[in-house]
Design a protein around this ligand. Structure first.
Ligand code: TPP
Ligand code: MG
Length: 375
């Protein structure tokens, strides 16, 4: 019996803006001038914020911090294609995505200072908390999309995932479920080429991460993740398909982590300066700025005004963050369980006793009221 082809998968890649900022005229992008400028502003604001956050950490004013340096397009553009009533399910490298959803930067800082008051999203937003465990949020996103489908709601779910995290079993489980139930969910892989010190080429033998989608009966596309226009086009189309009931998408946004994994890492120990320099030439912000300039939508004066305004806004956010004051340590027990397990009841009671004893020794130790619910 001769072999016959029974299935064929072809993975495509979408690029619109070249590194010189010139757009491919054969791909029309339905985006207004004000949306373009909004994307650019937010990307610049996030880059300046990232730089300040690193300095704060080095000065001992912030905890461990994961930069998004170089990934501004794949972070900021996708949420701008959603409604607040859509679910946004980020990873820990998610402050750009939250910022695009309207979260004030003071809360990102609080979160990375280890303070749960940083979990504070704009009213009405369906945002999930930063996922520190890698991959575990992917099945949750499938569940959120399934619930929306069962309830006949219009909402969809967008989950971010790193290249390294696609190797986890959770990715397989989530995609199996999403494909089989044709869920309104988008898995946006931010392939930044590194999972801490493990390079993308050691992560998986597949040529692209996007092609993994076809095994689950899901639409997959690789996107130039440093090209804000391509990300907007790809996510916008995936959102439209999901809303029409046409099922899930896997979008592999190919980008690069220009900084260290977090402030606890030293990337110079495992990757070359040449590699980093080559990716700097594909910087998503420079590309978009060149494009805007070519369309006469931006110029040097506007650039310097934006920098001055952004720096003032970021300083105000840092001041607001630093004036929060210490949280009550008992907050850490709040809002975790519908009914608390015995060992947490005991531990909380022990801590409460300890705090009371300290207070009687040092009258100055005045803690704010406990926040949240402990059942
Ligand atoms: C379940 C789990 N295992 C291991 C870790 C430790 N860890 C933190 S980040 C990371 C690498 C993730 O790489 P990638 O998915 O590419 O995301 P990136 O950091 O590049 O955004 C690992 C293994 C974790 N946080 N959670
Ligand atoms: Mg990665």
């Amino acid at each position: 019996m001769p072999l016959s082809t029974i299935s064929e998968s072809k993975t495509q890649r979408l690029e619109i803006l070249g590194p010189d900022g010139k757009a491919d005229p054969s791909i029309p992008v339905d985006i207004s001038e004000s949306e373009l400028l909004d994307i650019y502003r937010k990307m610049v604001e996030m880059r300046l914020f990232d730089e300040r956050a690193i300095k704060l950490q080095r000065q001992g004013r912030l905890g461990t911090y994961p930069q998004i340096l170089g990934q501004e397009a794949s972070q900021i553009v996708p949420p701008l294609c959603l409604k607040p009533s859509d679910w946004m399910v980020p990873t820990y490298r998610g402050q750009g995505a939250y910022y695009a959803r309207g979260m004030q930067l003071r809360y990102s800082l609080l979160y990375w200072a280890g303070d749960d008051r940083g979990v504070h999203f704009p009213e009405g937003n369906k945002d999930m908390i930063f996922s520190i465990p890698v991959g575990t949020h992917l099945t949750q996103a499938a569940g959120l999309a399934w619930a929306a489908k069962l309830k006949k709601e219009d909402s969809i779910a967008l989950a971010y995932v790193g290249d390294g995290s696609t190797s986890k079993g959770d990715f397989h489980e989530a995609l199996t479920f999403a494909g089989q139930f044709r869920l309104p969910v988008i898995y946006l892989i931010e392939n930044n080429h590194w999972a801490i010190s493990v390079p993308r080429k050691k992560q998986s033998a597949s040529t692209t991460l996007a092609e993994k989608a076809s095994g689950y009966g899901i639409f997959g596309l690789q996107v130039d993740g440093n090209d804000a226009l391509a990300v907007y086009q790809a996510v916008g189309s995936a959102v439209a398909r999901a809303r029409l009931g046409l099922g899930p998408s896997v979008l592999e946004c190919e980008t690069y982590r220009l900084g260290h994994h977090t402030t606890a890492d030293d990337a110079t120990r495992y990757r070359s300066a040449q590699e980093v320099e080559a990716w700097k030439k594909k910087d998503p912000i420079t590309r978009l700025r060149k494009y805007l300039e070519s369309r006469k939508l931006w110029n040097a004066q506007e650039e310097s005004k934006l920098k001055t305004e952004s720096e003032a806004m970021i300083q105000a956010e840092i001041d607001a963050y630093e004036s929060f004051g210490a949280p009550n340590p008992l907050n850490m027990f709040s809002d975790n369980y519908a009914s608390a397990p015995w060992h947490l009841i005991e531990q909380r009671a022990q801590l409460e006793k300890l705090l009371k004893a300290r207070k009687s020794q040092h009258e100055a130790l005045e803690l704010p009221p406990v926040e949240g619910r402990f059942p």
